[in-house]
Design a protein around this ligand. Structure first.
Ligand SMILES: *[C@@H]1O[C@H](CO)[C@@H](O)[C@H](O)[C@H]1NC(C)=O
Length: 109
């Protein structure tokens, strides 16, 4: 029962979300016939592959999408904090970081 509720919640969160993608400007300095360069990390990747860069974006040679979702609706006594290590927002009580809060809506991913 508990898992079913969790699965339903996940479905709701996923259906509420829409991806946030940025088209990349292709420039000759940033690509050759076989590879293109990540604009943040300056690393090179074969065309047609996907990678995650150091600012949590999932990129291809054409676009970068945020690889995380942004909490939009949560209780007023809570704050959302981005954790760059796990590439996720964590929502916790303002006065007690160890108490996590439910997120009612999120965008992204
Ligand atoms: C394109 O750039 C990558 C990374 O610098 C390099 O490994 C590859 O050999 C280059 N390919 C061509 C066709 O110049």
């Amino acid at each position: 029962k508990k898992y079913l509720a969790l699965a339903l919640l996940l479905c709701v969160l996923i259906s509420l979300s829409d991806s946030q993608c940025i088209f990349k400007h292709r420039t000759p300095e940033r690509e050759n016939q076989t590879h293109c360069q990540d604009s943040v990390d300056l690393t090179w990747h074969p065309i047609g592959t996907k990678w995650r860069n150091s600012v949590c974006q999932v990129c291809t040679c054409d676009e970068c999408c945020n690889g995380y979702s942004t909490p939009r609706k949560f209780p007023e006594d809570c704050v959302s904090v981005f954790d760059p290590k796990s590439c996720q927002y964590v929502v916790h009580k303002k006065d007690n970081p160890s108490v996590l809060c439910p997120v009612f809506a999120a965008v992204g991913k």
